[in-house]
Design a protein around this ligand. Structure first.
Ligand code: HEM
Length: 326
């Protein structure tokens, strides 16, 4: 059933079957168990993004968006339910934590079907295959002394250098001053298809209208949880805005490896619209189900068929939802 839902989100069924078969070699349940083991075995929370805040807003497409995608969300303004979060399964993680991705999940709602993106504050993910993700998490599980084995992590990183790119990228930048003060990337390569069935491969990026990072001194002065209050104050003055930008692929750009970024500054970019976060919403509006970035895509937007990290997200998110509901 879960795999049927995953396949429904794929554009080319044969390629998707192959990707799904490869992804299935690693048990999504084992990955979710390893996510919890690495972040502390907390109950009733998400396997990642355990600490977060639910939001309401609106997506207004740019005039040129429909030329790239026939999804109804690019033809008219639609309501949005969204959630900002901290990476990992620890609901008490500090908002000052580094190198930790900030997350942004969103459902752009339309009666004909929703469009879901679940994105992070880095252009790359930490691993390129589900098997590598499982091992990446397993070496980070705390031992009897409550700490992960630094030597094991070092050895894994040396053998899997691409798994160090995300942390290196985050460590080279300041901690965001706000959930709304940082850019977010969908990481995978999507295909946008317009009404003439012309397809373009693109990476999607949500560009903050008010980027701000904290200096070391500013960070020291903050309490462990400040993003919630900062957001309340910010939204009392007006919406937090992000432009959704499609960074268009050039021949040879990798489409199956979310640890590999494209040289954005040398790529053509098209603005697809503006996402405005207007208010904080009750947790229940985000917690009843998951934001599934694989199964919840409309015609005109397809995830990659050859990236095994994309395919496995759907069953893993389903395991996490059923676990936190129990
Ligand atoms: C590859 C790019 C990925 C990105 C950008 C990403 C991002 C995120 C974000 C932002 C959340 C929080 C969602 C929320 O607030 O509801 C989340 C949740 C989660 N992620 Fe990922 N993730 C990625 C890949 C994966 C993979 C490969 C797995 C496992 C195989 C995974 C497992 C999970 C799980 C289990 C949850 C909790 C879902 C829930 O309980 O609703 N993620 N992810």
């Amino acid at each position: 059933m879960t795999w049927l839902r995953t396949l429904a989100g794929c554009a080319a069924a044969t390629a998707c079957l192959l990707t799904a078969a490869r992804a299935e070699e690693t048990d999504p349940g084992a990955i979710v168990a390893a996510q919890f083991a690495a972040g502390g075995n907390h109950t009733g929370v998400r396997a990642s993004g355990a600490k977060g805040v639910c939001l309401k807003g609106e997506f207004v497409p740019a005039p040129g968006a429909a030329a790239l995608s026939k999804a109804p969300h690019f033809a008219k303004a639609v309501p949005v339910t969204a959630r900002f979060s901290m990476g990992g399964s620890n609901p008490k993680v500090s908002d000052k934590a580094k190198p930790v991705t900030r997350g942004f999940a969103m459902r752009m709602e339309d009666p004909a079907g929703d469009m879901v993106f679940v994105v992070i504050s880095a252009p790359v993910f930490s691993t390129k295959t589900p098997a590598q993700l499982l091992e990446f998490l397993q070496v980070r599980a705390p031992g009897p002394d409550g700490k992960p084995d630094a030597e094991k992590i070092k050895a894994f990183s040396a053998q899997n250098p691409e798994t160090t790119r995300q942390a290196a990228w985050l460590n080279a930048r300041p901690v965001p001053a706000s959930y709304a003060g940082v850019d977010y990337w969908a990481v995978h390569a999507y295909t946008l298809t317009n009404a003439k069935n012309e397809g373009k491969v693109a990476k999607l990026k949500f560009v903050s209208a008010d980027k701000a990072g904290l200096s070391d001194d500013e960070l020291k002065a903050k309490p462990d949880s400040f993003y919630g209050d900062e957001l309340k104050e910010r939204l009392a003055k007006g919406p937090a805005r992000f432009d959704l930008v499609a960074i268009l692929a050039e021949p040879g750009d990798p489409t199956a490896d979310p640890t590999a970024s494209w040289p954005e500054e040398n790529r053509k970019a098209e603005t697809l619209g503006t996402l405005s976060i207007a208010a904080i919403a009750p947790d229940a509006a985000c917690d009843a189900r998951t934001f599934d970035p694989v199964a919840e895509l409309p015609e005109g937007v397809a995830g990659p068929t050859d990236d095994p990290m994309f395919a496995i997200r759907s069953p893993a998110y389903a395991v996490s939802v059923s676990r936190r509901a129990n």
